[in-house]
Design a protein around this ligand. Structure first.
Ligand SMILES: [Zn+2]
Length: 291
């Protein structure tokens, strides 16, 4: 009877500790860890963490953060040779966006995240974490609709709905959204572009599409993006913080940027109080009617 209880305890401890890390080579320590797992609610035992060495860095990190560029209009985004802007669309996405943030932090780089209203609404804390980490947050419609397939009014509604949702998510953390927008699928119409620009919206175009949505290996995505960048010498690069391959490729990509001497320019709105601005109050009568 006693032995069965002991066996059960051992099996339980194995179940609790076995899946998250490899077996400990130190039997004494394993016992401590097992006891900690079983009595987790009673004792605070920090010792078990000691037998997990810090993961080795595979890539040499370093600060590749460049200058900060204050942007009021789309035409303000003029990069010098060797400068890139990193943009991440479609998030925030739990378990992926956090990893992207950690990698960017390792390299001292600040990016712009063009969030979907629906995703920001679903994960407001994560949206706030992005902004609180010093990155710029803009919008990318609510539902990632191809705006060129909608009527002009419906397209403007979709843009405004996305903006409101991202802004509401950030407001919960006392943060504001940048008036930066990217067209889903990069699919735009002249009417929409003109309307946005007249509303002092900064339309973020793409110079280099990493095509990280293709089912390639992270190495292939890195190589493809570097080739395009080297051919151009600078540019706004499109990534997505919703794909695991993007999470996986980013350390390698940023290490390549570092090796090749590129710097990452941080885009910020020239007027941080601009939200709630003319897009709602002037110059955009169609939008005003929808808000
Ligand atoms: Zn997108």
């Amino acid at each position: 009877m006693l032995s069965r209880v002991v066996l059960s305890a051992v099996l339980l401890s194995l179940a609790l500790t076995g899946c998250a890390k490899p077996p400990s080579p130190n039997p004494t320590f394993t016992q401590v860890a097992d006891r900690a797992a079983i009595t987790n609610n009673i004792f605070k035992v920090s010792a078990p963490m000691l037998d997990q060495p810090m993961p080795e860095r595979i890539f040499a990190t370093g600060n590749i953060g460049g200058r900060t560029l204050a942007v009021a209009t789309t035409t303000d985004i003029i990069l010098r040779p060797g400068e890139v802007v990193l943009t991440f669309d479609d998030g925030p996405r739990p378990h992926k966006t956090e990893r992207i943030l950690a990698t960017l932090n390792d390299f001292g780089a600040k990016a712009t995240f063009l969030m979907l209203g629906s995703a920001a609404q679903a994960h407001p804390k994560l949206a706030q974490t992005v902004a609180a980490s010093g990155h710029t947050v803009g919008s990318h419609t609510f539902d990632h609709t191809d705006l060129s397939t909608l009527t002009s009014q419906a397209a403007l509604d979709e843009i405004a709905r996305g903006e409101r949702a991202v802004q509401t998510a950030l407001a919960g953390g006392g943060q504001t959204m940048a008036p930066f927008f990217r067209f889903p699928y990069l699919s735009q119409t002249g009417f929409l572009r003109t309307n946005l620009l007249q509303g002092n919206m900064v339309v973020l175009d793409v110079d280099i599409d990493s095509k990280d949505y293709y089912k390639d290996t992270p190495e292939v995505v890195v190589a493809r993006t570097i080739v395009k960048l080297e051919a151009r010498g600078s540019g706004v690069i499109l990534f997505h913080d919703i794909h695991q391959r993007t999470v996986d490729m980013l350390p390698l990509f940023l290490a390549e940027l570092k090796d090749k001497g590129y710097s990452v320019v941080r885009l910020v709105p020239k007027d941080t109080s601009i939200f709630g601005r003319d897009m709602i109050t002037a110059d955009a009568p169609l939008l005003r009617g929808t808000l």
